[in-house]
Ligand binder design. Structure first.
Ligand code: GTP
Ligand code: MG
Length: 201
C-alpha cells in the first residue's frame, strides 16, 4: 500500500534531479498512453500527476516522493508528432540519458495501450531498453475501454512480439486507471522492487 505521495520537483536537466540516494521507479510510454493517470491511480492521489486528453502534457522529469522512502518518476511520452523536431530530439535525449544513467533506477514501467495491436514505436522502444539494459516491466493501459476479449487479444499479440525479440515474456500487468484494475498487483510489485534495491545496498 502507498500511504503518502507528494510532488517533489520537475526537471529538464538530469543533473538537477534529486540526489540518487534511494530507490526510483519510472513510468514511460507513448504520449497519451496514460502514464500520469496510472500514477494517480496507484498512489490514490487524484491530481498528483497532471493529465490531459491532449497528448504531450508531461514535458519534464517529474519526481514524486512515496512514503518518504522512494521516488516515483513521471516522464514525458515518446512518439508525439505535434512537437517541433527540435523539441522532440531534446526530449528523446533527456529521456534516454535519464534511463541509461540514473544510478538508483530499479524499474521502468513501459506503458502500452491495450486498445491497439502491437505498434512499431513501442516495440522499437522496448528493443532499445533491452539493448541498454534498462530494467523494464510492461503495463497495458486503458483496459476498461474495450471488452476483455479484445484486451486479451492485443496483450497476447504484443507478448508474442516480445517473445520474438527477447525469447521470453517480461513481467507485465493489465491495468485501468479508470477502474483501478491492476492496482494491488502493481503496487505490490513496486514495493518489492524497492525492497530488493534497498537490500542490495
Ligand atoms: P502525456 O503526459 O501527454 O505523455 O500523456 P500520459 O501518458 O501521461 O496520459 P494521461 O495520463 O495524461 O492520459 C491521457 C488521456 O487518457 C486522459 O484523457 C486520461 O483520462 C485517459 N486515460 C488514461 N488512463 C485511462 C484509463 O485507464 N481508462 C480510460 N478510459 N481513460 C484513461
Ligand atoms: Mg503525462
Amino acid at each position: 500500500m502507498i500511504r503518502k505521495a507528494t510532488f517533489l520537483v520537475s526537471n529538464s536537466d538530469l543533473n538537477k534531479c534529486p540526489k540518487p540516494d534511494r530507490a526510483e521507479i519510472a513510468f514511460i510510454g507513448r504520449s497519451n498512453v496514460g502514464k500520469s493517470s496510472l500514477i494517480n491511480m496507484l498512489t490514490g492521489v487524484k491530481e498528483l500527476a497532471k493529465t490531459s486528453q491532449k497528448p504531450g502534457k508531461t514535458q519534464l522529469i517529474n519526481h514524486f516522493t512515496i512514503d518518504e522512502r522512494w521516488y516515483l518518476v513521471d516522464l514525458p511520452g515518446y512518439g508525439f508528432a505535434k512537437v517541433s523536431k527540435d523539441k522532440k530530439v531534446k526530449w528523446e535525449k533527456m529521456i534516454s540519458d535519464y534511463l541509461t544513467t540514473r544510478s538508483n533506477l530499479c524499474g521502468v514501467f513501459v506503458l502500452i495501450d491495450s486498445r491497439l495491436e502491437p505498434q512499431t514505436i513501442d516495440l522499437e522502444f522496448l528493443n532499445w531498453c533491452g539493448e541498454e539494459d534498462v530494467p523494464f516491466v510492461v503495463a497495458f493501459t486503458k483496459a476498461d475501454k474495450q471488452s476483455k476479449t479484445q484486451t486479451d487479444r492485443n496483450v497476447k499479440l504484443f507478448l508474442n512480439k516480445l517473445v520474438e525479440i527477447f525469447g521470453d515474456t517480461p513481467d507485465y500487468f493489465v491495468t485501468s486507471a479508470e477502474k483501478g484494475q491492476g492496482k494491488e498487483a502493481v503496487v505490490q510489485y513496486l514495493t518489492d522492487l524497492v525492497a530488493e534495491f534497498e537490500s542490495q545496498r
